[in-house]
Design a protein around this ligand. Structure first.
Ligand code: SAM
Length: 237
């Protein structure tokens, strides 16, 4: 299913190499994604080359842009069918990856791929703004990722509460997100974050992508995250 040469070539340009076992696990994931997608909607992208680049390379490129130490904990917020969280787990089984989404069916899909590949990972069927209030999850993760989940000001309120002091949140965004990122500068500060990098790069030719690195420099004030309706109605400024 996956186009291995395309995946390896694309990732090599960003300094990422995958071993044979990782490629096999990722291929099984891609197969299950397309099969399951026939029964319920997991992805709009189904062409093998597009899946390879737009889902898999786009998720795994993170490994070339930062160092995730062995055994680090990572929460993928709004993971959907598992991007980037499940792709990262299958490439780097040493990471302790947890998967959060408000939709149970998608988490069921992730659990089945983990089971089939013999790997473990916690799935959290919760809204981010609820989970972020729970002591079990609040300020507990070394790293948090989110791709295609919400506008930056809303996204940092969802995600920064999960990051431990000194940890990092990676917002995986489109190239067009510059303005929403600028508009979220106040929210980042208010929630205890500091934007360290706003990295714009070509994933492949003419495919610009962006990863924003937000460092957690102090605790998130207890009143955040606010209730869903408040976040939607008045995003932080
Ligand atoms: N990250 C995946 C990707 O890049 O393919 C999925 C993106 S999909 C467009 C957005 C996902 O975020 C959906 O699965 C949705 O259920 C989830 N989501 C959105 N807001 C959420 C929230 N507040 N709490 C939990 N999940 C949320």
């Amino acid at each position: 299913m996956l186009n291995f040469p395309l995946l390896e070539r694309t990732l090599a340009a960003h300094g990422v190499t995958l071993d044979r076992e990782a490629l096999m696990r990722l291929d099984l994931y891609a197969e299950r994604l397309i099969e399951t997608n026939r029964r319920f909607n997991l992805t709009a992208v189904t062409d093998p080359d597009e899946v390879t680049v737009k889902h898999f390379a786009d998720s795994l490129v993170l490994l070339g842009k930062t160092e995730l130490p062995a055994g680090a904990s990572l929460l993928d917020v709004g993971t959907g069918a598992g991007f980037p969280g499940l792709a990262l787990k299958l490439a780097r089984p040493d990471l302790q990856v947890a998967f959060l989404d408000g939709t149970r069916k998608k988490l069921g899909f992730i659990s089945s791929v983990l089971e089939e590949t013999g790997l473990a990972g916690e799935t959290l069927h919760l809204r981010a703004e609820e989970a972020g209030k729970q002591p079990k999850y609040r300020e507990k993760f070394d790293f948090v990722t989110a791709r295609a989940v919400a506008d930056m000001a809303v996204l940092v309120e969802y995600c920064l509460p999960f990051v431990r002091a000194g940890g990092l949140f990676f917002a995986m965004k489109s190239a067009a997100a510059e303005e929403e990122i600028q508009n979220a500068a106040g929210a980042v500060r208010l929630l205890g974050g500091k934007t360290e990098q706003n990295l714009l790069f070509d994933l492949v030719e003419n495919t610009p992508r962006r990863i924003v690195f937000v460092r957690k420099i102090s605790q998130t004030p207890p009143k955040y995250p606010r209730a869903s309706a408040k976040i939607a109605k008045s995003p932080l400024k």
